[in-house]
Design a protein around this ligand. Structure first.
Ligand SMILES: CC(C)(COP(=O)(O)OP(=O)(O)OC[C@H]1O[C@@H](n2cnc3c(N)ncnc32)[C@H](O)[C@@H]1OP(=O)(O)O)[C@@H](O)C(=O)NCCC(=O)NCCS
Length: 201
């Protein structure tokens, strides 16, 4: 019975999005059904409900996972991945695993998360300030969005916020609750607000 239920979800998702997404609960399929407008390429394992949104493209490598059942906020939150504009791209390379309540919004450029990254709870990544900083133009969108690039094998702690234009080098670790405003080199531990290198690995 369980097998047939999964098969129906799986087929429905393929019809809706052309994507091989594995879904196993009505809540997950509900959120996935809300994602019908965005172009999702590739496949992922959705332990938590994921809302894909926007007019751009979301690209999923092999074995990309969203959500962790044995972790906080599993039942109360969902993952939000928005490639907002037509030029926006969010790319998850192979074996990326994002814990619960993950948010990534690319307004017009790109967010790339490279192979084998672990991302903690409540992490947010943005490619834009979303509002113009000048008081007269605050209602307009940020005219200078900048891509975010996270290298391979990066470990991002819980509650980290990564702002536009940031690159994080391969293998680095970002400490809990850091606000990453500038790029971080490879093979370091970095933490704080603003996030700074605290030691090398
Ligand atoms: C950064 C981290 C990995 C520790 O690295 P570490 O190399 O062992 O660092 P230490 O604990 O020796 O701390 C080194 C310095 O950095 C500071 N520091 C450590 N973590 C920090 C953080 N998250 N924010 C700000 N400063 C931090 C320490 O206070 C210490 O400062 P001091 O030298 O002035 O005393 C750890 O603190 C952390 O944030 N882990 C992430 C946990 C997490 O969220 N896991 C996700 C589960 S899915």
């Amino acid at each position: 019975m369980q097998f047939f239920r999964k098969l129906i979800y799986f087929t429905l998702c393929q019809c809706l999005l052309g994507s091989a997404i594995i879904l196993t609960s009505p809540r997950r399929i509900f959120f996935f059904a809300l994602s019908y407008r965005v172009k999702v390429r590739g496949s992922a394992i959705l332990y938590q409900p994921v809302l894909f949104a926007g007019k751009g493209v979301v690209s999923l490598g092999n074995s990309v996972k969203f959500g962790v059942q044995q972790s906080a906020y599993f039942y109360s939150t969902y993952t939000y991945v928005e490639a907002r504009g037509e030029t926006a791209k969010i790319i998850f390379k192979d074996n990326v695993w994002c814990n619960n309540n993950f948010v990534a919004v690319a307004n017009q450029t790109s967010i790339t998360i490279s192979e084998n990254c672990f991302i903690g709870l409540n992490v947010e990544i943005f490619d834009s300030n979303f509002h113009d900083l000048s008081p007269e133009r605050r209602g307009y969108t940020d005219p200078n969005p900048q891509p975010v690039f996270i290298g391979k094998n990066v470990f991002i702690g819980n509650n980290v916020k990564i702002l536009k234009g940031v690159t994080i080098g391969d293998n680095s670790v970002i400490g809990n609750a850091s606000v990453v405003t500038k790029s971080i080199p490879e093979n370091v531990v970095a933490a704080g607000n603003p996030c700074r290198v605290i030691r090398t690995l």
